[in-house]
Design a protein around this ligand. Structure first.
Ligand SMILES: C[S@@+](CC[C@H](N)C(=O)[O-])C[C@H]1O[C@@H](n2cnc3c(N)ncnc32)[C@H](O)[C@@H]1O
Length: 223
């Protein structure tokens, strides 16, 4: 297993930087979704705009296998040459993706990725910032019910995380990591995108989503 593996269905292969370069040269913009899970959002985004390279990154290859297979099928069968799936841990970014993203998304994360964007963990949030072009847009969606249930959060080993909807230090921490927060808002009802987990967690329930929008600060000096 290398640090950055391309998912080709069940098979994985070390990501070729030359392939990534070539893919970037063929498009107008790049979207990166970290913690992409099953990758349906990436398939939708790639289908919606064929001149955008849509890269789904997740720590678990199996999650992305079916979407990667769909993306690699022939265009007649719904193939999407502008969708790419990569196994990598958020903590090891940016690697070959440095400075590529016009748009960056993190949707309904769990585990260490949830900590990175909700605490936030500045060192690793900076790694996400390093994926971005200056003034790239960041959109984070969090399953807010986790933060309303403190005993559950403690069982996850994250009892130290201050409510990210309220934490006055969150905006300063994002700024230190190179992101200017433009919106922090609780939304109720269906998630605004096709997120398997967003639907599973939020749809038809009283659960809320915390949305954090930010812009990559063009004056950020790096990590
Ligand atoms: C609840 S799923 C959400 C998947 C998808 N974004 C969605 O909305 O349907 C959370 C995903 O985050 C991934 N993840 C958690 N920590 C990660 C990390 N440190 N680096 C990369 N992926 C991570 C998990 O493997 C999992 O697929």
């Amino acid at each position: 297993m290398s640090t950055f593996d391309q998912i080709l269905g069940r098979k994985v292969t070390p990501l070729e930087p030359a392939l990534l370069d070539a893919a970037c040269r063929q498009v107008h913009s790049v979207l990166i979704d970290v913690g992409t899970g099953q990758g349906k959002f990436i398939l939708d985004a790639a289908r919606e705009e064929i001149n955008r390279l849509c890269i789904g990154i997740d720590a678990v290859a199996e999650n992305m296998a079916a979407s990667a297979r769909t993306a690699r099928s022939s265009p007649k069968k719904g193939g999407l040459p502008n969708a790419l799936f990569v196994r990598a841990a958020a903590e090891r970014l940016p690697g070959p993706f440095a400075g590529l993203a016009d748009e960056l998304t993190v949707q309904y994360p769990w585990g260490s990725l949830m900590r990175i964007v909700s605490q936030p963990a500045i060192e690793h949030l900076s790694s996400l910032r390093a994926l971005c072009k200056p003034e790239a847009r960041l959109s984070v969606l969090l399953n807010y019910s986790v933060f309303e249930d403190r005993p559950y959060l403690e069982r996850l080993g994250m009892g130290d995380i201050v409510d990210p909807a309220d934490n006055p230090d969150l905006i300063t921490a994002y700024a230190t990591a190179g992101f200017t927060v433009t919106n922090r808002e609780l939304i109720h009802g269906d998630p605004p995108i096709r997120s398997a987990w967003g639907r599973h967690l939020v749809r038809g329930s009283a659960r809320a989503t915390l949305m954090i929008d930010a812009i990559a600060d063009p004056t950020w000096q790096g990590r």
